[in-house]
Design a protein around this ligand. Structure first.
Ligand code: GTP
Ligand code: ZN
Length: 210
């Protein structure tokens, strides 16, 4: 039996798949030229000649999260907290992601809270965990769960809550064309799941900061 956590198993499987199947840069640029031709344009014309390499660079940025390990980010913790055991909430962490169905942008904000158990993490690290998962192909429910599960498994706090509000461009600029809608998802673990008052305290903070 393996002692790996769910997050570690997911990371291991993803890395193995990535190493066996990852195409090189030239293949990606050729694929972009194919899409340009398919759209009806000429990839050899002046304005488009550098586009495949620009697209590859842009995609490297959009999907940098596949080469980052969210567990490592949370390794450094601080224990001199004089018994602090109240909620810690990072509000409205703006992120940009891409949906795994259409590879269209998902633009939103995440609220991340936990109640510590003897140690806290640097607050920027919570935002970094949001970034790692955002910079992969996503659906919002999975991203919400991944952020909460990772914080829970690594920090082992009394509870974790994550709430995300985001606009999906596959719904606003194509398909059903419904600008102005957003999707709200949340994942509550530990005391946030068990205690309605704690959950309510968190939800009362899920407004935008002034
Ligand atoms: N649950 C969930 N659905 C999402 C998310 N992002 C996009 N979707 C939806 O994923 C679905 C994919 O549906 P399909 O019917 O396979 O694709 P489609 O024909 O392009 O669908 P339409 O967008 O309705 O035109 C759509 O309903 C999208 O709105 C997400 O984060 N979570
Ligand atoms: Zn989509």
């Amino acid at each position: 039996m393996s002692n790996l956590s769910n997050v570690q198993v997911l990371e291991r499987d993803r890395k193995a798949e990535e190493e066996s199947a990852r195409p090189d840069r030239a293949e990606v640029e050729a694929a972009v030229r194919t899409i340009i031709r398919w759209a009806g344009d000429d990839p050899k014309r002046d304005g488009l000649i550098e586009t495949p390499s620009r697209v590859a660079r842009a995609f490297e940025e959009f999907f940098i999260g596949y080469s980052q390990n969210p567990t490592t980010i949370l390794q450094k913790t601080f224990e001199e907290i004089d018994g602090y055991d109240e909620m810690i909430t990072l509000r409205a962490v703006r992120f940009e992601s891409h949906c795994e169905h259409h590879m269209a942008p998902i633009v939103g904000k995440a609220w991340v809270a936990y109640i510590p158990n003897g140690r806290v993490v640097g607050i920027s690290k919570l935002a970094r965990v949001v970034e790692v998962y955002a910079k992969r192909l996503q659906i919002q429910e999975k991203m919400t769960a991944q952020i909460a599960n990772t914080i829970n498994e690594v920090l082992k706090p009394q509870g974790v809550a994550v709430l995300i509000k985001a606009q999906h461009h596959c719904m606003t600029t194509r398909g059903i064309h419904k600008p102005g809608t957003d999707l709200v998802t949340s994942r509550m673990l530990g005391c946030f799941r068990d205690n309605a008052t704690t959950r309510q305290e968190f939800l009362s903070m899920t407004t935008d900061p002034e």
